[in-house]
Ligand binder design. Sequence first.
Ligand code: PHE
Ligand code: ZN
Length: 884
Amino acid sequence: MKSEHPKPVLLADYRPPEYLIDTVDLDIALDPIKTRVVSKLSIRRNPQSKITGKTPLKLDGELLELESISLNGKKLRRPAYTVSETGLTIPAPPKEPFTLEVTTFVNPEANTALQGIYLSRGVYCSQCEAQGFRRITYFLDRPDVLARYTVRLEADIAMAPVLLANGNPIARGTLAGRKRHYAVWHDPHPKPSYLFAIVGGDLALLASMFTTRSGRKVDLGIYVEHGKEARAHWAMDSLKRAMRWDETRFGREYDLDVFNIVAVSDFNMGAMENKGLNIFNDRLILASPETATDANYESIESVVAHEYFHNWTGNRITCRDWFQLCLKEGLTVYRDQEFSAESRSRTVQRITDVRQLRALQFPEDQGPLAHPVRPESYIEINNFYTPTVYEKGAEVVRMIETILGREKFRAGMDLYFDRHDGQAVTIEDFVACFADASGVDFTEFMRWYTQSGTPELVCDLTFDRRRKAAELTVHQTLKPSPGKAKKQPQFVPLAMALLGENGKEMDIAVEEGKEIRPGVLAVTHHTTKFRFGNVTSRPIPSLLRNFSAPVNVTIALSDDDLAFMMHHDSDLFNRWQASNKYASRSILAHLDAKRPKTLIASKASKFAAALEHALHDSTLDDAYKAELLKLPAVADVAREKAVRVDHAAIFEAHRAFSCAVAEKLADTLDEVYAHTSNGVKFSPNAKSAGRRALRNAALTLMTMRGTGDDYARLEAHYRQASNMTDAAHALVLIAGVDSPARDDVLQDFFERWKDDHLVIDMWFAAQAQSPRTETLDEVKALCAHPLFKITTPNKVRALIGAFAMANPLQFNRADGAGYDFLAEKVLEIDALNPQVAARMLGAFRSYRSLEPKRKGRAKSALKRAAMATRLSRDCREIVSRMLE
Ligand code: PHE
Ligand code: ZN
């Protein structure tokens, strides 16, 4: 909308701020259309900056209506200041510290971009990361300017009886006339502006208490819509467990007297870690057995923990600039993954995290949007809240732990907290703490932060029976990515074992090549060789155990080898990996088979036999068995295929294979389904959730056969469901097939939940994900449904997002209509909310690997979007990177 060719911001151009702001006093008078913000800043020159005689002060500011400005109490008039679309400049400020007072107005009701102060279902709230504070007042809106904030909020009592800001509450009162009131909050911790937050609204409170291990009493509050208090208990429970966990695992205590969470319905992302006042998408707070699935419970637990953990990794120690985003995000995702692993099953957590990484990050890293974990340039920072920064960033931290071991890793973290508390730092600062605490050299490891792309490890294992020796050769290939043609080999910690004939790990001796720790090899070059002694029989290699690095590994393994690993591998992650590989490889083989039926039949029966063995293994828990039963998704197989992807062909092969497996496993599936049936009272704990997951995975597989009995069972599953996990699972399956009960069930669900704005999103999503050919027309019709709202990100994600990201078959229709629809919707959303629009465009990230016809159609849809006259900077950047 602004400039056609905005200039990229470069990491190399970073300079320390010329001015610092020590304190901020804000007086915010909330009003739906004319909110007044009076800001008093104490400003001084930064002694660290090479400031000369006259250095103008340039404050960021967007979409602000300026009323007045004064300096040291004296009103300023032009040309003592100038104002533009992007900020306010004072050409010649005093040399000595001074106070600047600025009064501006903003319009919350008109704020559809949901950055700055906006209204969500009548609740005033704010969102400042990354650069939203400049939409509230003029400021040095960059993370390396840390200030102490005092905030006075004023609002109508009727509309906003609750007034919240960061820090601790220090005063409140009613104004003359008794219609308005105010509250004052003070945050003693210096913070960057992106962590600023306020809330004003008529909200219900779920209150509780937490005593930190040193005895500080903390008032905990979760604010939700009236009547939904009971649905906040799980979030509260998760919060307390997270607070305790951070004390025991990382020695981190909470540092204010209150910790508040507010759930709002309109939110661009998942949640936000504002100091002492986290603001959440209500989807990630509210849960009850009737309204939320086990997956919802799990994400609530992990996101509540994630935002809480940011208090140390992000807030106490923050980022010097936005290129360092992974400093807080990768590290905090690593921390929340660890928390979930320890609250549930570590192996299942690992499988879930790796599935997610492969489904979202790998395609990003292999396509036109590839960027390093720490990017070097951006046009719109909002476009860099990506799976690469978050999920790959977490993997990089995990590799540091794998290299150092638990204890030295903790020592490095302790040093980081000690050394950098209260600072805004870089990735170099972070990694230096591990190097200093352990003596290990991380110079080469830094490439994980600077090079994009997923390394491919092509491995070869030879066995010399006479010398009882084996040799492993690892070729590392790094394909070029945008902006990075030639790459250096990366340092890969490769966890591995050789399995003997009896299925046990051999006790091998590493005779050549470097071992980082027992069982973890150091892959360091384009070609790295390892020789092992004491190899007594033909070994089966179990490589990349527990997914020790975010890479792809290939090695020649027969179907029998994979089945063997499915039985024996003592690394349960790799046991699942073997099964997953077996299935996706079988589906791919079907694609170019001459006699697909015979091939599928033989592959499926061997695979089913191996699965059956696992399903009867009493040492494996239900949640794990469920992961085995969930065959790779169509999108997973498409990713394996990598080139000339034809989703229709893959869908058919997938269906044929799943159906054959389900037929072979018929008795076992019946047994599993009957065995795991409900009856006990609902609990969201890992064990009960695992049981439901297994039952639902069995149901999915049985439904693939599509017989009358299968559809009858499916309908009964829906009708008898006593919790949302089962009901929603059945709903998605029924919406995806032409069962006679389909319309009835969809209608039933709608009637039951039409007044619940969260639950009804499942109804939209279930229809949008359906592989039936009618889906696109139905999605178009649903865009006009009275409950659909294009300005609400959750609705957009449930309907348009689910269609584009979770329906590979219909989004990738051969006629290109799916692409056209998305491009058209993106333009419509872009005019309202550029951040959400740009995210939707991500659905095109793998278009270059499509078969030529689809690829051409996707490209024309993108080109049409690129030609739109009013495209935001957000979408412009994504579209041009895609078309480059
Ligand atoms: N920082 C948030 C997190 O915890 C994400 C976020 C980014 C939220 C930008 C809003 C806006 O991951
Ligand atoms: Zn985060």
